[in-house]
Design a protein around this ligand. Structure first.
Ligand code: ATP
Ligand code: MG
Length: 384
């Protein structure tokens, strides 16, 4: 276990092996649903470790063939169709080792470039389908919705013709789901319900969007998805992990200091890794002072990210920043309104938006809280 000696923690990318804490029940449940070809909604706040769970499951299963797609920031439907179809093709080739398919696509591209019309050929239905999407992407007169539909159906056709099944994992789904709206969701629903060889995992950090996808009677996916919520890690597992990681890498830390560590991170996986990593760079002797110093450094590290988020919101309207700042101190809308000098009864649309992107959560009537405790602390310190 030489690699244990290197670094006690890892931050900034999904983690594996000895850096991975728990999530056993989430992984077991997700894998079970996927194997039975159920459609799943995996939801959890930012940095909770959703993508890490997806990656774990991708490694674990090969039937259905897992296809991971990150939907964040995809500019339009054509680009999405392109990415989706390429990912399906690559996933199929990787998981089946079907080299012939790859060669056939290459040969096909060579033979037909420039000649093919936007239609299915009789060659091999799945290759034809793939090629059709590639050709259609550039043709301005073809409706992007049709191209996207084709891309989703490519997995179904390929699966059918090759006797395989797929699971499409759409990470950061709220990004396209909220941007492309009701119409897109309706279309997707009708595609999904017809498919027999494909199931879906919709994953996202906007609790409001993702929950209403499953629970809102008006949602096209109402009661169609099995919901798995990703929350903070179990405290006792984090404690054990932190202690073990520090000790394995020859650091000294007492139980009392570990408790302090727990208070600062709230068992949110991203913060556990960050705080641990920063502390490990300060000293081999992890004291209370070291943890406090590391926490300050972590806030500085997060500063630009938090500021960017705030500035994006403020570009929409200055009221967003004001609401967040107010809510970092008060939990009721009336007190927050008084603090920022604005009648928040008139800002319900903005409140709803902040909920939708997962920054605040309703706790009771007229009461809201900032979902990320570290962001909350940062707001408190930086804005009077
Ligand atoms: N089970 C875990 N054990 C240990 N560390 C974890 C675990 N899950 C996540 N992490 C840590 O948290 C960080 C964020 O995890 P991840 O990217 O999976 O979260 P996410 O929920 O997908 O976040 P986002 O909503 O921002 O996409 C990782 O880089 C890793 O350091
Ligand atoms: Mg993620």
């Amino acid at each position: 276990m030489q690699s244990n000696m290197k670094t006690p923690f890892k931050a900034g990318k999904p983690v594996e092996d000895q850096y991975f804490i728990d999530r056993e029940s989430e992984i077991r449940e997700l894998a079970k649903q996927i194997k039975s070809m159920s459609n799943v909604c995996l939801l959890g706040l930012r940095r909770m470790g959703k993508t890490s769970i997806l990656f774990k499951v991708v490694k674990q299963i090969n039937d259905p063939i897992p296809i991971y797609v990150n939907c964040y920031g995809i500019p339009d439907k054509r680009r999405f169709a392109s990415m989706l179809s390429d990912s399906i093709r690559d996933g199929y080739i990787t998981y089946t080792g079907d080299g012939k398919y790859k060669t056939a696509i290459k040969r096909y591209v060579k033979e037909s470039v420039g000649k093919i019309a936007y239609q299915l050929t009789d060659m091999d239905v799945s290759i034809g389908q793939y090629f059709k999407i590639r050709m259609g992407i550039k043709q301005k007169d073809i409706d992007p919705d049709i191209i996207m539909e084709d891309a989703f159906n490519y997995a179904e056709r390929l699966g059918k013709s090759k006797g395989k099944r797929f699971v499409l994992m759409l990470d950061e789904f709220q990004d396209i789901g909220s941007r492309w709206g009701e119409d897109f969701l309706k279309r997707l629903r009708s595609i999904v319900e017809k498919q027999k060889n494909v199931c879906y995992v919709f994953c996202g950090s906007s609790i409001t969007f993702m929950s209403s996808l499953v629970e809102d009677a008006k949602s096209p996916f109402y009661r169609q998805l099995y919901k798995i919520a990703v929350k903070s890690l179990p405290g006792k597992d984090v404690k054990r992990f932190v202690k073990r990681r520090f000790q394995l890498c020859s650091y000294v830390i007492s139980d009392e200091v570990i408790n302090k560590f727990m208070e600062f991170t709230h068992s949110i996986p991203d913060y556990v890794q960050r705080l641990g990593l920063i502390a490990s760079h300060i000293s081999k002797d992890i004291t209370q002072d070291v943890i406090e110093q590391a926490y300050e450094d972590m806030l500085i590290e997060l500063d630009s990210e938090f500021r960017e988020m705030l500035s994006k919101l403020n570009q929409r309207s200055g009221i967003y920043g004001a609401i967040l700042t107010g809510l970092s101190r008060y939990d009721s809308l009336s007190n927050t309104g008084r603090f920022i000098g604005y009648d928040l009864g008139k800002a319900m649309r903005q409140i709803t938006y902040l909920q939708k992107v997962g920054l605040i959560e309703k706790t009771a009537r007229g009461r809201y809280e900032i979902t990320d405790p570290i962001l909350m602390d940062w707001l408190k310190r930086n804005f009077m």
